[in-house]
Design a protein around this ligand. Structure first.
Ligand SMILES: [Zn+2]
Length: 192
């Protein structure tokens, strides 16, 4: 059902019966989200994080167009764009769309509603969910808690190494400050 192309007449029919659907969508069926998945965990067959729970409601719209409400929940196992480690992101989407037949109908939709154009092939709910899911993700998802981010740990180690390197270099910095002081004594020499 979620992968089917649903035309506007069929949506009107579903809306007239206030149809509700509860289903599960496999994240691997969404190629664009699939690219973000963590290679080891996100794409494994028996991973519960690879599935999202979907609740769909069909409504007759006040504006004459059928409307769809969608709730999507679950867990995304994606790759952190900083350390490439596993990043588990809860998914909790709740949105409402107006379905119009063509681009020209978009002008008739009042501002507060998001609209999707069915076109001649109809609406594919899995695509609508994928669009919304991608829109909810940051451009480059990274671990928010830096303790989880392996890249940050590497960076921290590197900073500590640099601190130690600075310690070794201290004699030179002292030498540099000594050299820096010497021009100051020149005016004194002139006054004397
Ligand atoms: Zn990370």
């Amino acid at each position: 059902m979620l992968a089917d192309h649903i035309g506007v007449p069929q949506l009107r029919d579903l809306a007239s019966r206030s149809e509700q659907i509860v289903d599960i969508v496999d994240i691997r069926d969404m190629s664009r989200v699939g690219d973000l998945l963590h290679s080891a965990k996100g794409s494994s067959l028996d991973n519960p994080a690879g599935k999202l729970n979907v609740e769909v409601g069909f409504h007759g719209g006040m504006q004459g167009s059928p409307e769809i409400s969608l709730k999507v929940s679950g867990m995304l196992a994606i790759s952190c764009q900083r350390c490439l480690g596993l990043l588990e992101r809860p998914v909790d989407l709740d949105f409402h769309l107006v379905v119009v037949e063509s681009d020209s109908d978009l002008d008739n939709i009042a501002e507060p509603y998001d609209a999707v154009v069915a076109g001649e092939h109809g609406v594919q709910l899995v695509k609508v969910i994928e669009d919304e899911l991608l829109a909810s993700l940051p451009l480059a998802p990274v671990h928010e808690d830096t303790d989880d981010c392996i890249a940050d740990k590497n960076l921290l180690n590197k900073e500590q190494d640099e601190d130690q390197a600075e310690e070794v270099n201290r004699p030179f910095s002292e030498l540099a400050s000594l050299m820096g002081e010497s021009p100051k004594s020149d005016p004194k020499d002139k006054t004397n």
